[in-house]
Ligand binder design. Structure first.
Ligand code: PLP
Length: 393
């Protein structure tokens, strides 16, 4: 395996810094849900120490007693500059952003701006399970547009879903996951422009969840939805939560295209003021000063996805895996193993590895599992070995 791992400077790789014993001391969901004999490769938390600039910004704030309500525009400014440097996009206007408590609450606020109760929200299944739960909780109705067999956006399915969503002339939204969770697919500029054009023709408003945007591997470049032609009335959600493992320090941004500025002005005051000031400080530091750390992370994730492909090829060749260019998630098609609709249950019961059951991701998810690659290579190797033993008995 050493050939697979060459190229990463191990001392810089955030995924190689912590031991399993150190990780088991964590009190967050990933490490607390299952007993100690289970390897947890499920919920989207990363097994990394925090980036030093984030630690410094938060500890300095705590030392100052700076734990009041959020103020100012440092967060959107830091993101706008990051977007310019990293994605070559200079269209993020600070005045067209609103602070929201986290990405999913921001998604709900955005959907409330562009749809009413009972209106349809189109999603590309299989997709991040809370899309279903939060949309339902917000009183909107899910319309599924399945991904294609190649796991990419299927414009025909999307058009058909837009038709159904707009039946009776009701407003409708499209909740785009970009990059896509769970497949790790990075949408291209052409795909996103085609989406914008289709949405424009059908009068569907696009809300893009771009939380995974910083985590792009293999030298590809993320394309912000709002940067493509035709996306002027779109809305986007971004944060440093996935890129720098800040889910416990919540703070996100709702970003409007030029033709959605009036909608953004209707975001209620409660949403912005409910955001954590310490969260804002952490996310600002990540976008402003955390790029070197992110580069080391992304290099480690690139190694991990190639390691996983090699290990599956060797020990579980029946599993289908197309390494994605983004996110730290791997979507595994276990149907050829004949383990039924819920292979995650088999891997947990017989292999003591916790993965996300694919069926939670909507239509097309059955027979799949989602594996979290943001861990040490040794953990991935141990997980695949356990999964193989679970299957061969
Ligand atoms: C696509 C997607 N959106 C949103 C979230 C959650 O974001 P937040 O914790 O900021 O609500 C996740 C977490 O994994 C995610 O994968």
């Amino acid at each position: 395996m050493s050939g697979v791992l060459s190229g990463t400077r191990d001392s810089m790789n955030p995924l190689r810094q912590l031991t399993i014993d150190q990780l088991r001391e964590r009190t967050s969901l990933k490490w607390r849900e299952y007993p100690d004999d289970v390897l947890p490769l499920w919920v989207a938390e990363m097994d990394v120490p925090l980036a030093e600039p984030v630690v410094r910004a938060v500890t300095d704030a705590l030392a100052r007693g700076d734990t009041g309500y959020p103020a100012g525009t440092a967060y959107p400014q830091a993101l706008a500059e990051f977007a310019r440097r990293r994605w070559g996009w200079d269209g993020l206007a600070v005045q067209r952003t609103a602070l929201v408590p986290d990405v999913m609450h921001g998604v709900v606020e955005a959907l409330r701006l562009v749809t009413g109760p009972g209106d349809a929200v189109v999603v590309n299944c299989p997709v991040y399970p809370p899309f279903y739960e939060f949309v339902g909780h917000a009183g909107r109705r899910i319309v599924e547009a399945p991904l294609g067999a190649d796991l990419r956006l299927d414009l025909g399915a999307l058009e058909e879903a837009f038709h159904r969503a707009r039946a009776g002339g009701r407003p409708a939204a499209y909740l785009l996951c970009s990059p896509h969770n769970p497949t790790g697919v990075l949408h291209t500029a052409d795909e996103l422009a085609a989406v914008a054009s289709l949405a424009g023709r059908h009068g569907v408003r696009v809300v893009a969840d771009e939380i995974h945007a910083p985590v792009v591997v293999g030298g590809e470049r993320f394309v912000p939805y709002l940067s493509v032609p035709g996306a002027e009335n779109g809305l986007s959600l971004m944060s440093a939560s996935k890129g720098w493992n800040l889910a416990g320090l919540r703070a996100a941004l709702l970003i409007a295209g030029p033709a959605a500025a009036a909608d953004l002005a209707r975001v209620p005051f409660e949403a912005s003021v409910s955001t954590s000031h310490i969260g804002v400080i952490a996310h600002t530091a990540a976008f402003r000063d955390g790029e070197e750390w992110l580069d080391a992370l992304v290099a480690g994730l690139d190694d991990n996805r190639r390691l996983l492909a090699a290990l599956l090829g060797e020990h579980l060749p029946a599993i289908g895996y197309q390494p994605g260019q983004a996110t730290y998630l791997a979507w595994l098609d276990c149907r050829p193993l004949g383990l039924g609709d819920d292979p995650a249950a088999v891997f947990l019961d017989s292999g003591r590895v916790a993965l996300n059951p694919g069926s939670a991701f909507g239509t097309g998810g059955g027979g799949h599992v989602r594996l979290n690659l943001a861990t040490a290579p040794e953990v991935i190797a141990e997980a695949v070995s356990r999964m193989a033993s679970a299957v061969t008995g």
